[in-house]
Structures are given as structure tokens and as C-alpha cells.
Design a protein around this ligand. Sequence first.
Ligand SMILES: [Zn+2]
Length: 107
Amino acid sequence: MPSSDPWADQPWPRHGPTCICYACRRRRRRLEREALMEPRRLVDSTQVAEHIDTLLAAGWKRIEIARAARCSPALITKALRPGNGLNASMAEKILALERTTDVRRPG
Ligand SMILES: [Zn+2]
């Protein structure tokens, strides 16, 4: 299962998705290949939709949920429709918001 941030173990800040060094380019190629090879892991959006409803009821806006989960607002809307397939890693990110503090009241 890929971690949420594939660059997390890179100690040097300039390494990352836009870095042009050999190691990063090689890592990007590998990640791209894995993304192509791995069949899309889809999960049912029902649980995610319920969770988004909870967040909305708590005063979150869709745009805030999208920002916090680093996805597009359109994906939030899509997730709210029951029975939709949702990318598994995306679903995890949205469900993980439960354990974080309110984005509008940090700390
Ligand atoms: Zn690099």
C-alpha cells in the first residue's frame, strides 16, 4: 500500500515531485509505473459519504474538506453520491480527517 506521501523519507527538502536529480527522477518513474500497473483499488463510497456528512454537519465546507484531503471539490461531490467507487487512498485521506482537528480552528 503506497504511503500518502511517497517523498516523506527524503530528508533533503528540495527533493520531491519536481526535483530533477537522478534518484528523484528514477523514483518518479517507478511511482508512475506502479500507478499504471496497479489496478485501481476502488472502495465503496458509502462510508466516505457518511463521514463527509458528519464533517458537513460539524460546520465544514466541501471546499475545506477537499483542501484538507488534498483532492478536488468535485471528488467530494462524487463521494457523496452513494454507491460510487472511490479511489482507496483518497477514501483513506477523507476518513482520516476524523482524527484531525478542525481546519478552521488549528491547534
Ligand atoms: Zn532529488
